[in-house]
Structures are given as C-alpha cells and as structure tokens.
Design a protein around this ligand. Structure first.
Ligand code: ATP
Length: 355
C-alpha cells in the first residue's frame, strides 16, 4: 500500500502542527520520521491512521482518498511507545484479540487463529511466553508482543510511534536490527517515529526530518547525513563542530589562523559559518602551516573510535574523532599541544556582512 500526503495542514487552535506537508511513501518502504519533540511526528502519524482529522489537503492510500475509509478499513497496525497490552489477557489472547473481534462471517476458525498466533510468536521468538501475562514480561518482550498483535490482522500499513522509546539502549539496538530484518522479509509499508537519529539512520529506507510541523528534508540516510539541506538537519544528525570564520582566497580565517578548506571556492571575501564533523579533522603534533593550535583536554579511547576534546588558542572547543591506529601513531594525551587542520567540511553557510 502506498501512502501520499498532499499539502496537509493541521492546526490546534492557532498553532500549526502540520504545515503544508506533502510526502509520497512507496509500497513496502520503511520511513523514519525524525525530529525534535513537538515537531509534529505523532500528529502526522495520527492523520495517516485516520485517528485525527486535518484542516486542508489530502491523504491517499494506494491513490484512493483515505477520507472515504474509516480507520478500521485502512488496514493499519499500530505500535506506540506505551501501547499497553491488555493486562488481564495472556500473551496468546492479546495477540489473538484483533482476530477474535472480527465479524463472524470473516473471522477465522479457532484452529486458524491458534495457528496464526503461534506463527507470530515464532516470528518474534517468544513462543515460550504464550501463557504469561503482560506484567510477567520485560519491556522489550512487551513491545515485541505489541508488534505481533498489530501484525495479526495482516495490516497493509504499520505505524510505529517510538516503539522502543522506553527501552534501554541495548534492547533498543537488538529490536531495531530485528525490525529491519522483519521488514526485509515482509515489506509492509511502515512509518516509524523516532527522535533518535542513530535509530533512523540504521533502520530506514528513507528519513523524513521534521521541524515545527514542516518537512525539512526527505532522503536516504546517506543523503540526509552527508548532504544536509541546512544547519538544522546537520546538527540533528550527529555531532558537529561549528566555526564563525571569514572566507578569503579558498581559506577559512578563524581568529588569526588561515585554514585550507578543501573543495571550497569563494568569489570574494565573506563571512561564513563552517560545520565540521568530528571525523573531518586531521591532527598532527607538528605544525603543518595551515592548522589551528590547540591543547588536548580529554582523550576517550573506549569505543571503536577515539574521541578527543580540544581547546584552541582562541578558546573554541572542538570534538575530534580519530581511529585507534591514529591514536597509536600520534600518542596524544591530555595537555599535549596539537595542530588541527581540515580534511573536509560538511556544510558552510554564508553570513550577510554588515554594509
Ligand atoms: P514528541 O517527540 O514529543 O512526541 P512530536 O513531534 O510527536 O513530539 P506532536 O505530538 O505531533 O509532536 O505535537 C506537535 C505539536 O502539536 C506540539 O507542539 C503539541 O503540543 C501540539 N499538540 C499535539 N496534540 C495536541 C492537542 N490535542 N491539542 C493541542 N496541541 C496539540
């Protein structure tokens, strides 16, 4: 099932929760809606589900106006962050619920329902908890059961609102990898709300970045990470260092230092902001001619990469990431003097000079 939103607007009083939102989601895509708190992610999901009305625009399901279809007819399965399972029902009965309440003429037989529930329990690798009650499960197990319950009625669309939001980091990572594998097997069109950029980058086919009710950028994880359309998207997707500078003859002048900026061409001198990812710096213990002098404040080698905090002569704090091999080669430690040059910049923004 494809989903299309055309110029959708929704207000709460005078507040614009969705501001001219247009988006096409292809059949079988996994889309992550990413944005800060209050940016409109849940509102967008509820509008797609038919749970909330909107003021203007159109929502189409496989090209058909969804206004004509009630929530039940849309074939939508939900999992919310705190989507409580029915406490008084066993895991088995929770998953079977959607099938048990179908009208008699389309309801599967008891044997068919049993087989379906067992198949879903097998899929989420939790066959052994079928007779337990929700309060006898861990948070991660409960969310997997909620997903199985949503899947029981064979939804054409899955809407997941921060489904792993309340879980600890380790379980989250496991479940997000599981979700990706599940999606690769079943290809149910899925919208996944998160405010965790790492989760979005890892799971989604495409990422939709929202801010203040607007879509700021839509693209593949690679695209939004490496080619952000503005500094909001850039700083939302991972750590970034930011410098005020003056661009002159292909160099960025920061304080008294002129740094070479690879790939940057400027017609005339102007003020700019430079955004540099932590892995885009080159560190050296000897002066290279085009480098900021800095002091090492902290080295954290615990992890696959090494994080180095620096303070430049003019007081800027810089976060640099280097490989373990580079750390061995450089042998830097706290209080060492180093020289920082640029391998690349992710994004630059020109600033209007005062006349
Ligand atoms: P979060 O990550 O915190 O869940 P979100 O991006 O999902 O945020 P929404 O829940 O869609 O954000 O809310 C968008 C905006 O609309 C917020 O400013 C919120 O306060 C407002 N809003 C949401 N629901 C209502 C409502 N029923 N009445 C009034 N304002 C609302």
């Amino acid at each position: 099932m494809s989903i299309e939103l055309k110029h959708v607007n929704k207000k709460f009083g005078s507040f614009k929760a969705l501001d001219d939102v247009s988006l096409k989601i292809e059949n079988g895509e996994l889309i992550a809606l990413l944005g800060p708190s209050g940016s409109g992610k849940t509102t967008l999901l509820r509008v797609v589900a038919g749970l909330d009305a909107f003021d203007e625009g159109q929502v189409l399901f496989s090209g058909r106006d969804a206004q004509d279809q009630k929530t039940r007819e849309r074939g939508v399965g939900f999992v919310f962050q705190h989507y409580a399972l029915f406490r008084h029902m066993t895991v088995f009965d929770n998953i079977a619920f959607g099938l048990n309440v179908l009208p008699r003429n389309i309801r599967p037989s008891r044997e068919e329902i049993r087989a379906k529930v067992m198949e879903l329990l097998h899929l989420i690798q939790l066959e052994w908890v079928s007779e337990r009650y929700p309060w006898q499960l861990s948070g991660g197990q409960r969310q997997r059961i909620a997903l199985a319950r949503a899947l029981a009625v064979r939804p054409k669309v899955l809407l997941l609102d921060e489904p792993f939001g309340s879980l600890d980091a380790h379980v989250r990572k496991e479940l997000r990898a599981w979700l990706r594998r599940f999606h690769d097997e079943f290809h149910i069109t899925t919208i996944f709300v998160t405010h965790d950029q790492e989760e979005a980058l890892e799971v989604a086919d495409r990422i939709v970045v929202m801010n203040r009710g607007k879509l700021v950028q839509v693209g593949t994880p690679e695209d939004v990470f490496h080619n952000p359309v503005n500094s909001f998207v850039l700083s939302f997707l991972g750590n970034v260092n930011f410098f005020h500078c003056r661009l002159e003859e292909g160099k960025a002048v920061i304080g008294n230092t002129a740094l070479e900026v690879p790939g940057l061409s400027v017609d005339h001198p102007q003020s700019a902001k430079l955004y540099v990812r932590p892995n885009q710096f080159q560190l050296s213990k000897v002066f290279t001619g085009s480098a900021l002098k800095a002091v090492v404040e902290y080295v954290n080698p615990a992890g696959t990469i090494v994080k180095v905090n620096l303070k430049t002569e003019s007081g800027e704090l810089i976060l640099v990431e280097i490989t373990q091999e580079e750390l061995k080669r450089l042998k830097i430690k706290k209080q060492d003097e180093v020289y920082v040059s640029l391998k690349d910049v992710t994004y630059s923004e020109y600033v209007q000079d005062n006349p």
